[in-house]
Design a protein around this ligand. Structure first.
Ligand code: GCU
Length: 334
């Protein structure tokens, strides 16, 4: 245990050292002449439709500002996991990130509502809320935790996938070690459905699947494909338990340094990228589904009713918090 702790502390110290070196270099070259560069870290590969959305934002910002405000992207977890990226924003080492709303819920608890199983009825219901009053409240509410939300990206629906066991009902998840994201809601979601939730960072999952540390995981189709998890997992079960969006965040330390004009450029560029990202998403899902079939992945479409029923306590527990209950009621009645 002590040895493990020492190893963990060493790993963490090493990570901090590397990041400090990188970001010190970044800080010193972030403002040259009258040009500002916002460093943007995220954990997805460059083939992912969310990365393409970020590139659209980068391009549009460059155009709108005539090159005066730019984004430099560090994809693929180069600067660490989603949690680590959020910490870097809070201390002002980097300006921006894109994380799953699940990761954000560890910092800004209101985001927990986005991880409630079967809360959003479909994509239209999801975006009606995210692009309405509820979304605005979530994005702006992050400021209290030094993490200001800029926009939401489509991250589809998350479903289970397994190495060896076909899953047709929650009973089939019994005893199965399933990787989930590192937050309490994701753990409760998987446990409520009968799985044995194993939280870990996304970047560690491929090896964990290969080495049988876990028997499966859960994610949307583009992440299942771009991470190559489909090479190891041969069953994809469309139970679609959650629709956790991705969120683009800027640290308030950087946001507060931007002029009104720069803030306007950034917000307009983000808005444009949202529309494009949704299109990239839809196209990628279609291509990915074809490829997966050819690769021999079996799609299972289970009856969702028992999944809905078994996961109900997750929402009920959250409703005990009056602040969260107000948001959930708003979503349910919208
Ligand atoms: C999705 C999401 C990522 C997240 C990943 C995960 O793919 O877009 O931001 O890291 O899920 O399961 O950790």
């Amino acid at each position: 245990m002590i040895k493990q702790l020492k190893q963990y502390n060493f790993k963490r110290l090493w990570f901090i050292l590397v990041v400090v070196i990188i970001t010190t270099t970044i800080q010193s070259c972030a403002t040259t002449g009258n040009k500002k560069v916002l460093y943007f870290a995220h954990s997805l590969p460059t083939s992912h439709p969310v990365h393409k959305g970020i590139m659209a934002m980068q391009e549009s910002l460059n155009e709108k500002s005539g090159g005066k405000l730019q984004i430099k992207i560090f994809p693929d977890g180069q600067l660490g996991s989603e949690r680590e990226a959020l910490e870097l924003l809070q201390i002002g080492s980097i300006a921006m990130t894109k994380v799953s709303a699940s990761a954000l819920s560890n910092f800004a608890p209101e985001y927990q509502i986005t991880v409630i199983p079967y809360l959003f009825r479909d994509s239209e219901h999801l975006f009606r809320n995210l692009e309405g009053e509820v979304g605005k409240q979530l994005l702006e509410g992050g400021t209290e935790y030094l993490l200001r939300g800029i926009c939401f990206y489509d991250a589809g629906a998350r479903s289970f996938y397994t190495k060896d066991r076909p899953v047709n009902s929650p009973a089939d998840l019994d005893g199965l070690k399933v990787r989930v994201q590192n937050d309490q809601m994701s753990v409760s979601m998987a446990n409520s459905l009968g799985a044995s939730a194993t939280p870990m960072a996304f970047g560690e999952l491929y090896t964990a699947l290969q080495q049988n540390v876990v028997d499966g995981a859960e994610n949307n189709i583009p992440s299942f494909v771009s991470s190559n998890h489909f090479e190891v997992c041969k069953y994809y079960i469309f139970d679609e338990h959650t629709m956790v969006p991705d969120v683009v965040i800027i640290g308030t330390k950087f946001w507060d340094l931007l002029s009104d004009q720069e803030k306007e450029w950034l917000e307009a560029a983000a808005k444009e990228s949202v529309a494009k990202q949704k299109q990239y998403w839809a196209e990628t899902v279609e291509e990915n589904m074809k490829m997966l079939k050819e690769a021999g992945v079996e799609f299972i479409y289970p009856d969702k009713a028992p999944f809905v029923e078994k996961s109900k306590p997750v929402m009920e527990r959250l409703m005990e918090d009056p602040k969260l209950k107000t948001i959930i009621d708003k979503i349910n009645s919208n």
